[in-house]
Design a protein around this ligand. Structure first.
Ligand SMILES: Cc1cc2nc3c(=O)[nH]c(=O)nc-3n(C[C@H](O)[C@H](O)[C@H](O)COP(=O)(O)O)c2cc1C
Length: 183
């Protein structure tokens, strides 16, 4: 089983980003498991804090992940604080470098946050899987997860994104969590 850890940068209950991730979960083929990380319960990043339980749980999930899938809103041309806080906690996580990352942008106009997110991920030595980057025109659509999964055009885009991520995980020379489990 290939394990994908999902990061949602929005805490809003009817979030388009969460809906896109949940739709992707519904569309995942056999052999691919998508799990949502609980970023909203993380404490604010403080390097003085040692081992908060929520951070340990995130690190544990990272250790078992073969790839990441991130969907996050743009706020004031920046990354959401929820996502940035999680990434700050993961800066020194040994499993982050070379981690294959797929990205969902739920708003075509939100280019600033995506650029900033890419810069942060690059700085953290993640492997941004370009063919697994997808922009979905969800803003203002009123679609929920089921509506996205049942929309043939959107579903096809998400399925292709997962296929590309899966290919990268299979071909990546990094010792992935899949390979670690097989050793
Ligand atoms: C405080 C605030 C600031 C926002 N700033 C931007 C922005 O700079 N650029 C943009 O494209 N959208 C902006 N938006 C719109 C959000 O990105 C949009 O509502 C998005 O759907 C929120 O994500 P969610 O649906 O997953 O909660 C802003 C929304 C809020 C509430």
């Amino acid at each position: 089983m290939v394990e994908i850890l999902c990061f949602c940068g929005s805490l809003r209950q009817p979030s388009y980003n969460r809906a896109a991730l949940e739709a992707t979960q519904m569309l995942a083929p056999d052999g691919l498991n998508l799990r949502m990380a609980e970023l909203g319960s993380l404490p604010l990043f403080n390097p003085d804090l040692e081992g908060p339980a929520e951070v340990a749980a995130l690190a544990h999930a990272m250790a078992h992940a073969d790839g990441l899938l991130i969907a996050s809103p743009e706020y004031a041309h920046g990354i959401s604080s929820v996502l940035k806080n999680a990434l700050d906690w993961l800066v020194s996580d040994e499993n982050f470098p070379e981690m294959p990352v797929a990205l969902i942008n739920t708003s075509p106009r939100a280019s600033h946050a995506m650029a900033a997110l890419r810069e942060v991920l690059k700085t953290m030595s993640a492997n941004i899987v370009e063919p697994a980057y997808v922009t979905l025109p969800l803003l203002g659509s009123a679609l929920n997860a089921v509506g996205i999964a049942e929309n043939p055009k959107l579903a096809k885009m998400l399925q292709k994104m997962l296929d590309e991520l899966k290919i990268e995980i299979r071909e990546n020379p990094r010792l992935s969590a899949v390979q670690k489990r097989e050793v």
